[in-house]
Design a protein around this ligand. Structure first.
Ligand code: ZN
Length: 301
């Protein structure tokens, strides 16, 4: 199967940018982690594509996540895109998970899945302030809600396509940028034109055609600046080191009481189900080398 790739582009004569993404492998890898009911798998895959599309224009190193939570059959889901060295061709890394009730009917849409719910976009730079946006659930689809968010919160008219079938997953986004040198009326007309063109993109085309053909089919009358394709991979960033830090953060007292009841502490990654085992000797070694004492832990609270 072809590699998962993201391709950004810019209209040379209009204040509009766009992104195409193909995520067949990453979505398959994500869904193989767990046997999700079809409606949950479909929503999680759409969130996965959205997190990558929205990360396309991030100028910072960090993570962008799309999360939903609600009181319906889909209790919680999150998709996260990790951006390393923005502006380079280093892969974007994706991970995600969902929690759901035991029974989930097939074919449920966003509102039926979530019930009374919440949709959040979080941007967490490695350095600097965390940003969180609440997306109003005012449309029937995830793509529609995200379009509404960009329009209302960022004043950036946007059209998003998030398409998934059993084997294939792809996304497409065009976004109007604040008009710079051109006048507002021209910029309005440009957006109207591109918005209408992208409206004609069908699910079948997005899932079946390569990026070049889609761009040619939609925009062959326009001059595009294409950016280099950036790889995207499914990869969990859990590690023994991160698990060790989680153990140390429990504090000595808590850890001792756990070790009284069990010989081995197992940290289970909720994303990829990797297991990291720490026995008593490991735990004591971790505490000793971190210099953590209960005194320090208490002062932190
Ligand atoms: Zn993991």
């Amino acid at each position: 199967m072809a590699k998962d790739l993201m391709r950004g582009f810019l209209f040379k004569d209009m204040d509009i940018r766009g992104v195409h993404i193909r995520l067949d492998n990453s979505v398959q890898a994500l869904l193989q982690q767990y046997d999700y009911p079809p409606a949950v798998a479909d929503m999680l895959a759409q969130m996965f594509i959205a997190s990558a599309l929205l990360s396309a224009n991030l100028k910072l190193q960090g993570r962008l996540s799309v999360q939903v939570r609600g009181d319906g059959p889909l209790e919680y889901a999150m998709a996260e895109c990790r951006v390393e060295n923005p502006g380079t061709l280093e892969p974007l890394y994706l991970k995600g998970l969902a929690r759901h009730t035991e029974q989930v009917a097939e074919g449920l849409g966003l509102h039926a899945l979530l019930g009374k719910g919440q949709l959040l976009i979080t941007i967490e730079p490695d350095q600097g302030q965390r940003y969180q946006g609440i997306v109003a659930l005012e449309h029937d689809t995830l793509a529609g809600c995200l379009e509404g968010y960009f329009y209302q919160s960022e004043q950036l008219p946007t059209q998003l396509h998030l398409d998934v079938d059993e084997k294939k997953s792809a996304g497409f986004m065009v976004q109007r940028l604040p008009a710079e040198e051109r006048n507002e009326a021209q910029s309005d007309a440009d957006w109207e034109l591109v918005d209408a063109l992208v409206d004609t993109l069908t699910t079948k085309e997005l899932l079946d055609l390569p990026a070049e053909q889609i761009l040619h089919r939609l925009f062959h009358e326009h001059d595009l600046q294409l950016f280099a394709e950036r790889p995207v991979e499914y990869r969990c960033d859990c590690s023994r080191e991160r698990s060790a830090r989680a153990i140390v953060s429990l504090g000595k007292q808590e850890l001792e009481s756990i070790l009284e009841e069990q010989d081995v502490l197992v940290i289970d990654c909720q994303f990829c189900h990797a297991q990291y085992e720490f026995d008593r000797v490991d735990c004591h070694h971790l505490l000793a080398s971190s210099g953590t004492t209960d005194g320090q832990q208490k002062r932190m609270h």
